[in-house]
Design a protein around this ligand. Structure first.
Ligand code: ADP
Ligand code: MG
Ligand code: MG
Ligand code: MG
Length: 399
């Protein structure tokens, strides 16, 4: 029996022993420093550093409850899902995710590469920094990871087994409630609404029956369309960035769902940065965001087709260019719809984004209405939204 043969939540002292015992390049370390650096709502993230060699490692541990509230119970299986999803992405795109060193089922933790020099993308975007390579990187991440886990590429029995191993009911339920339901009903009374916008939200969301029909359709896609292994929470707070590199982290919401959910999350969160830049009159920045939205969508399509041509094994997919067009059209429409859903939920729902919520109050009120207008067009018009330009045109029309 070692200390770590039964689960408990580790503190910084215990984390140091854990690292010394379990991480091979730390076995000899005699001078370890540890600190808790987590900033999320759910998990504990530690950085452990060997002061002598300068080497470091990140340990992420899941608790039985969310770190923000003990009332919020959540299966620790999420850390297995996260680790497996990161390993899956590392196999395809090693430059775009941190390397995983170990997964420990007993302690519900994983060890991974320390991305010390990287910054969380949302933080940098709020300072209106520009990342010229982002569209290139994120389109590669999505095309290379999403299509290969579909029935287009995978042997169908293997794919079903993969669907099963990524069943993630509790984390999916969080999204079902927060993204797909509460922003349109507020039945749990958790929505966060600025009173100046209450009437607007009543009209544009709660009482908007044609919109709610489209939201219902998209919710059922999320519930039933086990298309591909998603990241499941691909917002700019789950992306680490530098001028040269991009690393996607935190896929604990991973499951088999519609590809458009990931693509839509990226576009929605870029759109929040665009609205923030607009509020601050940052023309160079908003122009770059527009280019990035356009390039992300267009490059994604180019790369998606390349992966399809190279790897499609399903017979119809391998032999019918028209089927590829049909499939891609569907992915893009889902992406537009899901982008709209992400935008509405971050304005009205419990989990807000700083890009909007930290604007000066008067600007925030205007920005929120703009986001909801953009969101609703993305949802309603999604069948016609297919190119990068189609996305950018909506921003231009409404600004
Ligand atoms: P949560 O699931 O609780 O949101 P995250 O995986 O997003 O946890 O990590 C929370 C924070 O910890 C990140 O915003 C980042 O600051 C830090 N962090 C996470 N992973 C790493 C890493 N591999 N290298 C450096 N810092 C990290
Ligand atoms: Mg996170
Ligand atoms: Mg989080
Ligand atoms: Mg997380």
């Amino acid at each position: 029996m070692t200390l770590f043969s039964t689960y408990f939540l580790m503190d910084t002292e215990e984390i140091k022993s854990y690292v010394k015992e379990n991480i091979s390049f730390m076995h000899q370390a005699s001078n370890l420093e540890a600190s808790e650096i987590g900033d999320g709502n759910l998990n504990y993230v530690f950085r452990v550093k060997d002061v002598d060699s300068g080497k470091s490692v990140i340990i992420k541990q899941a608790g039985h409850t969310a770190r923000i509230s003990d009332d919020f119970k959540l299966s620790t299986d999420r850390i297995r899902i996260e680790t497996r999803a990161l390993q899956h992405a590392f196999d395809r795109t090693p430059a775009l995710v941190p390397e995983i060193y170990l997964f420990d089922e007993v302690m519900s933790c994983c060890a991974m590469e320390d991305l010390g020099d990287f910054t969380i993308m949302r933080t940098s975007l709020m300072e209106h920094q520009i990342f010229p390579l982002f569209a290139e990187h994120i389109s590669t991440y999505m095309a290379e990871n999403l299509l290969p886990s579909t029935d287009i590429v995978m042997e169908h029995k293997e794919k079903k087994a993969a669907v099963q191993s990524f069943i993630n009911p509790e984390l999916c339920e969080i999204s079902e409630d927060l993204v797909f339901t509460e922003p349109y009903f507020n039945q749990n009374n958790r929505n966060i609404i600025q009173h100046e916008n209450a009437q607007f939200i009543q009209e544009h969301l709660y009482d908007n029956e044609p919109l709610k029909l489209e939201v219902a359709k998209l919710k059922y896609l999320f519930l039933t369309k086990a298309q591909s292994l998603l990241h499941g929470d691909l917002h700019t707070g789950s992306i680490f960035i530098t001028e040269k590199d991009t690393k996607v982290i935190d896929p604990e919401f991973a499951f088999y769902g519609p590809i458009g959910y990931d693509v839509g999350n990226v576009i929605a969160n870029l759109s929040f940065s665009w609205v923030n830049g607009l509020a601050h009159h940052q023309v160079e920045f908003t122009t770059w965001i527009e280019d990035t939205i356009r390039d992300t969508i267009d490059l994604f399509q180019v790369k998606f087709k390349e992966v399809w041509k190279r790897e499609a094994r399903e017979l119809f997919a391998a032999t019918s260019p028209s089927f590829m067009q049909f499939y891609l059209h569907d992915v893009l429409s889902d992406s537009a719809g899901m982008a709209g859903l992400e935008m509405n939920r971050r304005i009205v729902g419990l989990a807000q984004v700083k890009d909007i919520s930290e604007l000066d109050h008067d600007k925030r009120i205007q920005a929120e209405k703009l986001c909801i207008r953009i969101a609703n067009r993305l949802i309603i018009e999604r069948d016609q939204i297919q190119t990068g330009d189609d996305f950018v045109r909506i921003l231009h029309d409404l600004k």
